[in-house]
Design a protein around this ligand. Structure first.
Ligand code: HEC
Ligand code: HEC
Length: 255
């Protein structure tokens, strides 16, 4: 093949790899794992996630069972959060880890952060029983709450398109514009929220979507939002709405 033609083909191939894939294709991050990580994910003995789910089951018995008979009764929860919760006159987006913490408090246990091991174990358990449930982020029924939910959603959409950090890139530039492209040691996925929580080898730990989003802020050398901050919940809501209808397939392994 003529060298000019070969380089043109290589260029076109690179373009295709980096071609925007519409969110409609709804490809999970699990489809971007290396074969080694896929094998680890499928092997219950090698997969560290099993231990987290087991710990969640033990905690369930001691902390949750008195009010919720079995985790399966909350199968829809992972697919429907973040939700808009009302307390007094204020509305606030609450994700699954926030709700777990609110319930821990209700049960008289010390509140812990969204990245606490117990919170993540329970989140892993609730996501594991929700596998296959379709993401279903919907506005609340109440009209005033509905307006507030729309506002939170549009703030999330705006943040998704806002350039950040020293790299001056927005979420949309990578997760719509560079899907399939290699970025350092990673392949960029559409950034769907279906696979959480994730056990990231890089962290040697389980992490929530909150932590993953902060890692993306760090990747573009932007100031990190505090864990649990409103902007992270708005982004999570936007990501969930963008992925509505996609089956949950977490918890999962990541590099
Ligand atoms: C410079 C490119 C870049 C930018 C900008 C970026 N990310 Fe990421 N993001 C990555 C990479 C690389 C990964 C890890 C590989 C993957 O799943 O895409 C990742 C992972 C994710 C994941 C996890 C996907 C999974 O299945 O594990 C989500 C969700 C995500 N990003 C959302 C966001 C959001 C929201 C923003 C904007 C605040 C953002 N990202 C900004 C590069 C970027
Ligand atoms: C003292 C009773 C009580 C205990 C104990 C309790 N919860 Fe709850 N939980 C509730 C009530 C009441 C609601 C519904 C009202 C609300 O959303 O706060 C709820 C709602 C939830 C939801 C949202 C359900 C949905 O419809 O989407 C989740 C998830 C949840 N709890 C998880 C947990 C977990 C995990 C534990 C154990 C750490 C726990 N709860 C312990 C009373 C409790």
């Amino acid at each position: 093949m003529a060298p000019a033609l070969a380089s043109l083909l290589a260029f076109l191939l690179a373009l295709c790899l980096g071609h925007p894939v519409s969110a409609q294709t709804l490809q999970s991050g699990n489809q971007f794992l290396t074969p080694q990580l896929q094998a680890m994910q499928q092997d219950a003995d090698a997969n560290p996630i099993s231990l987290w789910v087991e710990k969640g089951q033990a905690l369930w018995g001691s902390s949750c069972q008195s009010c919720h008979s079995a985790p399966q009764t909350l199968r829809a929860a992972a697919a429907q959060h973040p939700r808009l919760k009302t307390s007094g006159y204020t509305h606030r987006l609450v994700n699954l880890e926030d709700q777990i913490n609110a319930c821990r408090q209700r049960a008289g246990q010390a509140p812990k952060g969204v990245e606490d091991d117990d919170t993540l174990s329970l989140s892993a358990l609730l996501h594991s029983v929700a596998k296959g449930q379709k993401i279903d982020a919907q506005p609340p029924a109440d009209a005033a709450a509905q307006q507030r939910w729309q506002e939170e959603l549009s703030k999330g959409a705006q943040l998704y398109a806002t350039r950040l950090g020293r790299l001056n890139l927005a979420c949309v530039h990578c997760h719509d514009g560079k899907v399939g492209a290699q970025l350092r040691a990673e392949v960029v996925s559409p950034g769907h929220p279906s696979g959480f929580p994730i056990y990231r080898l890089n962290w040697q730990n389980m992490g929530s979507i909150d932590r993953r989003l902060r890692a993306c802020y760090s990747g573009v050398q932007a100031t990190l939002p505090a864990p649990g901050s409103a902007s992270l919940r708005q982004l999570e809501l936007y990501l969930k709405v963008r992925a509505n209808g996609m089956p949950l397939d977490g918890p999962s392994i990541r590099r």
